[in-house]
Design a binder for this molecule. Sequence first.
Ligand code: ADP
Ligand code: MG
Ligand code: MG
Length: 480
Amino acid sequence: MYPPQTTEKALTETIRVAIDWALAHGLVVRPMLSENQVENTNATVTHAPFALYPTPFPRSQFEHATHLQQPWNSLIHRMSRDDDLIAETMETLSKLDEFMNGLYQIYLQVNKEGVAQTASLGIHRNDYLLHAKSGADAKTAKIQQVEFNTIAASFGSLSTRTTQLHRFLLASVKGYAGDQISMDQLPQNKAIQSIAHGLATAWKHYGNPNARVVMIVQPGERNAFDQRWIEYTLLEEHGILLSRLSLSDINSRATLSPDNKGLLIDGYEVAVTYFRAGYGPEDYPTQKEWDARLLIEQSFSIKCPTVAYQLVGSKKVQQVLAVPGRLERYVDTETADKMRSSFAGLYPLDESPEGMAAYELALKHSEDLVMKPQREGGGNNIYGNDILLQLKKLSPTERNAYILMDLIKSPPLDNLMIREGRTITGQVVSELGIYGTFLADGDREILNEAGGHLLRTKATTTLEGGVAAGFAVIDSPLLV
Ligand code: ADP
Ligand code: MG
Ligand code: MG
């Protein structure tokens, strides 16, 4: 029986021990403030939502996902340099989706003016769910890619801490799960170090010892400590300063140096601009934020990501990559086959014969599909009957703004989830994320690594994932 059955008393004690560890080790987020708490002093935290036990995950599938990361890093870079791919996907999207249009216009303008900085940094995360045919043995489940994230991939720090939490509980709490699992089933996770190393490598490549890294953040970010750990690790392990600024700060305080388009702010030069915001329309409430994004893109600072990286990270590009033969434009046949082995069915919703067939498929089998707009951050997808309702509202042209994907069906497991001190029990499924760090200058690869992982676990009763969006908790894999 896993997780192990214990007495109510022992369980309560384990939860107390786990919450204390989380609070003491910075596995924390800012609490949601209720409306009457107008005076926010930034002085309160709560533990990040976590799974009390690590969730079983097949070792072979964990290793497979890890091995796929380096080819993915290279692939994303090559796609970002493929103007035809970007034009092919964005010409239509930009007419239907104002947000994608905003990004695409920046991409076009900067390309026309001439790109100042030829190096780009990727801090990516590829996400996978396990899939098993209904009725099949859960042990036969294989990973299927949910998506790849090229901007603001978060939770590297808190996932590193969650791995440490589970290792601590296993080592120290009697009756936790020690008679069932062993430490070597809990893989080390160095996601914080790996992300900081990526930023440091780009900073060195930039070549100005007095320059800083800037992290672009959302005002009022609740997940601030996940970001702070990167800032602290960058300083402690690499001696590099990082400032957290919003797009609005950039707009009011940053300029470009006339000689080399260096991004200057408050008297220092910015070597690397690392976006932890800017991935959705909410991050651009006024023209000022768009102007800031353009200024950064025009600048000599190394972007993580460039607008091109963000565009090729779209769901539309993911769908196009699944078209037979497309991957082979960027990688050799063997690598293409390996990568494709983790693809779920992906379908266009355009006016091509394939798109019309996908539309018919959705009308008949909406229960087995997910409909996705070009958005990030969780909570945007459409499922089941809602697909039918949405399709009814859209003209054939408007459907182009979405893609369709087969619903990945994970075999459910049991776990206990702890959110703001409350326990949620029940059946869960987990989504594995693998971080990747990558630096290239033009065609020359300077850094290409798989770096740590994230496991997010949610109740089977919720369709969406996302920790920040309130659907999931942070977990770690128990390799079986
Ligand atoms: P976002 O960029 O907003 O994170 P995702 O594509 O990751 O968009 O979708 C959000 C969540 O929806 C995922 O974390 C996952 O829980 C669920 N989801 C997405 N695609 C699928 C799919 N094909 N099958 C099952 N669940 C999915
Ligand atoms: Mg995403
Ligand atoms: Mg996602």
